[in-house]
Design a protein around this ligand. Structure first.
Ligand code: NDP
Length: 453
């Protein structure tokens, strides 16, 4: 059993993670929020108090921290007795925070791959450039480090693994499809950190095709999908974190990531890029001021968290998996629908932050109860997906499946073949199966109850 959580970062995802930790603090213990700007941590605490999210007794404290300072981070982990660190700060912080965890023994979780401020779209596999280099150190220290456990990356990795174990003898392809069919009232905004958002698209798009890496330009390959609830949408092939681990860990020949973009986003992006305003490389102004154009663009765009009050509509993110079962072609779509307004009503955030913040807390809870406290570094598809999907069903992110039998809520424990197949593929994973009913979880909100019916 591990207890006491240190959340690092105080942006949109941290806001959701802090609310969800507070809702589950009977299991998780004390909650500490640390970030560069103390006021933002305090404002999250005020929001938790205003919403009455905290269920049990325990500390709820704000701290100022520069998480690039490894010694300061180690000192805070120790002084707060935190055994679980949730890194939902900027992706530039990953390796510093991971080092602090390895050196203090705290479990480490994040929701995005590490980035070097001076580089974009590095050579694949991206995890090999940074995180996986510390894999042996985690194993030797017995430190659990779960990488990329937001929605995408994160939940979509678990969906891929669950589909492969449960519904297929052989998987040919996984297409991860991410649609935000919501609308905010701003001229232009990104749904999470603009700097990170743009960095995903400014250079080569990597995808995994026919068992090897394939490079494309952004917006070069377009695909229309008819998705549940949100309907017909246009997406474009995009490079994304999860491809860089799933390609290694699942042995599936084709794994692609498709993100929905409207014409307006593409126009603004194209103008900014062609003007050089999305560059991560510094430029010098006539006055001798050195600035990074991308950081200036971030500074003038809306803070993604500020979009929440006016956001309406839904997101639909899922895995379309194709392959063979008993010699016959098989296709399943495993997905989640998240409503911007429902997210705002529950925790004061929009759905993009919500879909990233809930999974990382579910993973922290699985570390706290031992199910995912594996004592080494793991990407999400290497862990048993059943307890994760099951727990999220009860925390506000309900998983659904659409296949030849129709469209229904996916309850992992009702899928009769899962345990047999999982055991065949990975005895360790099957042995670690989630003990049903172990947690005393808070009562779910009305949306979750109705979605589970
Ligand atoms: P924000 O930019 O809103 O928040 C980042 C936070 O990190 C800010 O509070 C910032 O502080 C803090 N920070 C930056 N540098 C430091 C530092 N040196 N020391 C301490 N704190 C620091 O991002 P989001 O909340 O939107 O996203 C958080 C993470 O989640 C990102 O890595 C993002 O890529 C990831 N994400 C993952 C998703 C998924 O599904 N997997 C989806 C969406 C996001 P300050 O407030 O002072 O700027």
């Amino acid at each position: 059993m591990k207890r006491n959580v240190l959340i690092i970062g105080a942006g949109g995802v941290a806001h959701v993670a802090a609310h969800k930790c507070a809702q589950n603090n009977i299991l998780l213990g004390d909650i500490h929020i640390a970030s560069r700007t103390l006021e933002k941590c305090q404002s999250i605490i005020n929001s938790i108090k205003a919403k009455g999210s905290q269920r049990g007794a325990g500390l709820l404290q704000a701290h100022q921290l520069d998480a690039l300072d490894i010694e300061a981070t180690k000192a805070l982990i120790r002084s707060t007795n935190s055994q679980i660190v949730i890194n939902v700060g900027s992706p530039f912080l990953n390796m510093s925070i991971m080092t602090a965890c390895i050196e203090t023994g705290a479990a480490y979780l994040d929701t995005a791959i590490h980035e070097d401020p001076g580089k974009v779209c590095e050579a694949p596999p991206w995890y090999g450039n940074y995180e996986w280099k510390r894999s042996e150190d985690c194993r030797q220290a017995g430190v659990t480090a779960i990488l990329g456990v937001g929605f995408d990356p994160g939940v979509v990795n678990a969906y891929g693994r669950f589909a492969m174990d449960t519904y297929f003898d052989k998987v040919e392809s996984i297409d991860i499809i991410d649609i935000n069919a919501g609308s905010h009232s701003r001229y232009f905004a990104t749904n999470f950190d603009p700097e990170i958002n743009f960095r995903e698209f400014t250079s080569t798009v990597w995808s995994w095709e026919q068992g090897q890496w394939k490079a494309n330009a952004m917006f070069e390959r377009r695909q229309d999908w008819d998705m549940p609830v949100v309907g017909k949408n246009t997406t474009y092939l995009t490079g994304h974190d999860e491809l860089h681990s799933m390609s290694r860990n699942l042995g599936i020949p084709n794994i692609r990531f498709w993100m929905g973009f409207g014409e307006h986003y593409i126009n603004v992006f194209t103008v900014l890029k062609n003007l050089g305003l999305l560059s991560e490389q510094p430029v010098r102004t006539a006055e001798g001021l050195e600035v990074v154009p991308l950081k200036v663009v971030k500074a003038v765009l809306p803070d993604p968290a500020s979009l929440a009050p006016d956001y309406t509509g839904k997101t639909c993110i899922g895995d379309l998996v194709k392959g063979k079962k008993n010699g016959k072609p098989q296709e399943v779509l495993i997905y989640n629908i998240c409503d911007h307004k429902e997210s705002y009503n529950e925790v004061g955030s929009q759905a993009i932050s919500y879909t990233a913040g809930v999974p990382v807390v579910a993973a922290a809870m699985l570390i706290a109860n031992g199910s995912w406290d594996v004592g080494h570094m793991a990407n999400v598809e290497e862990l048993d997906p059943a307890p994760f999907i099951d727990l999220m069903n009860r925390m506000g992110l309900v998983t659904r499946i659409r296949d030849a039998q129709g469209d229904r809520v996916l309850h992992p424990q009702h899928e009769s073949v899962v345990s047999a197949n999982a055991r065949k593929r990975s005895p360790q994973v099957a042995a670690n199966h989630y003990p049903k009913g172990e947690h005393k979880l808070p009562k779910n909100n009305a949306y979750v109850k109705s979605a589970l019916r």
